[in-house]
Design a binder for this molecule. Structure first.
Ligand code: ADE
Length: 411
């Protein structure tokens, strides 16, 4: 197969597991809700993203796409999208400067709307491309880290247009963050190392929706799971779900595999690295490459063997212990594997597409700020996904409706 053919094949394969987004794309093709609008998007350039981009283009949008991570681009998918008329500024393995240049180039489209995953594009718009701000009437943010940054911008009155928090939908957090991150993170770790998880100790740093997903899947493989947290409620929740909870300083000595999923920096730092066992594997599933202090690891290492396996670098410490860093500390699920499965992205990206449509209708009424996706969209996505997978649910009887809505009805 040629590169182009392979990309098309992958997009078609993903589309088979994305019936809801495909149906939305078909409706968009008929109704053209995005006619004449220009969209600059900064998303992981994967087959699933290609299905989303296809739906938006069918709706009439002109789209420029940059990657939201320097290592996550599927190059054959990017080529196929270019053939399809999308301006794709992305290539796997680019350096930091090229990564930012690509976002800048995507912004050259002069967007009416923006789609972001991690808030880098919105950040550049508000710092380096302020000339374009006037024309932007809104956007959507896909991930937890991006929402945190947007809320900080909004709190400082720095955000200049409405942004919809797609990440905060129930269908995104409950399914994409949990099952998607859980499965794809372990997929990446196993593709990179072929390590066995049964009987090993896996340390999961962070017990948000993503961390919970990783912990559940590691447990399912037969690992002993230790959770580290800074939030007392989440830590308590982890203990009640049967996980051991310890500070990283203790967990560092016990783990065979470490997965960071906190959204914060320096979660694994020199004082932890110094205590780790020979052969410990370090992987990050948080959005940015700041969770494992890679510089500290390099400083501690006497030797570095790059690429001992694909996406695996071996750092040999002065006493001979070897620590294995996956994907340079970047998102292991999108670097060493293909990101979340299409079936889960069907829900997140359907919510994204419907949120874009909602934004287009509402944007002139919305002040700058961070907005939740309307609950009806969440329900619509779940309803359509159930229908597409042939699963029926119950409906309330009139008596049940009344019971729920009237305080006059007795118990
Ligand atoms: N984020 C996580 N998984 C993804 C995927 N498969 N495509 C796009 N963005 C993602």
């Amino acid at each position: 197969m040629t590169g182009q053919g392979r990309g098309e094949g992958q997009i078609a394969w993903a589309g088979r597991s994305m019936p809801v987004l495909t149906a939305i794309g078909e409706r968009f093709a008929a109704e053209r809700p995005l006619d004449g609008l220009k969209i600059a998007a900064c998303l992981h350039v994967t087959a699933e993203t290609a299905v989303l981009v296809g739906a938006l283009k069918a709706g009439g949008a002109e789209i420029a796409l940059a990657a939201s991570n320097p290592l996550s681009t599927q190059d054959d998918v990017a080529d196929a999208l270019r053939e399809y008329g999308i301006a794709v500024h992305a290539r796997a393995g680019v350096d930091r400067a090229t990564y930012y240049r690509h976002i800048d180039q995507a912004l050259d489209i002069g967007p009416d709307l923006v789609l972001d995953d991690g808030c880098d594009l919105v950040n550049i718009l508000h710092t380096e491309r302020t000339d374009l701000l006037e024309q932007v009437s809104g956007g959507c943010e896909e991930t937890t880290t991006g929402i945190i940054r947007l809320r900080q911008m909004a709190a400082e009155n720095a955000l200049r247009f409405p942004m919809v928090a797609v990440n905060d939908t129930r269908t995104k957090r409950m399914f994409d963050n949990r099952y998607g991150t859980g499965q794809s993170t372990l997929d990446g770790i196993m593709r990179a190392t072929n390590t066995m998880l049964a009987g090993r100790t896996v340390v999961v740093a962070g017990f948000g929706y993503c961390g919970r997903g990783v912990a559940e899947r590691a447990k399912g493989f037969g690992a002993r799971v230790i959770v580290t947290e800074i939030d007392a409620v989440k830590a308590l929740d982890a203990t009640l779900q049967g996980y051991e909870v310890r500070p990283m300083a203790e967990a560092a000595e016990l783990g065979d595999l470490f997965v960071t999923v906190t959204g914060n920096r320096d979660v694994i730092r020199a004082e932890h690295l110094e205590r780790m066992r020979d052969g410990a594997i370090l992987a990050n599933a948080g959005h940015f490459d700041v969770e494992i202090d890679v510089r500290a690891l390099a400083d501690l290492a006497a030797e570095v063997h790059s690429g001992v396996r694909p996406n695996t670098d071996e750092y040999v410490l002065a006493d001979g212990r070897r620590l294995l860093l996956l994907a340079e500390g970047r998102l292991v699920n999108l670097t060493a594997a293909e990101g979340h499965p299409a079936a889960v992205m069907d829900m997140s990206f359907s919510a994204q597409a419907l949120a874009v449509e909602w934004l287009v209708n509402e944007r002139l009424r919305l002040a700058p700020g961070v907005y939740d996706v309307p609950e009806e969209i969440d329900h619509e996505v779940a309803r359509l996904r159930l229908a597409a997978t042939g699963i029926g649910i119950d409906t309330l009887t009139p008596a049940q409706e009344e019971y729920l809505h009237s305080w006059r009805v007795g118990s």
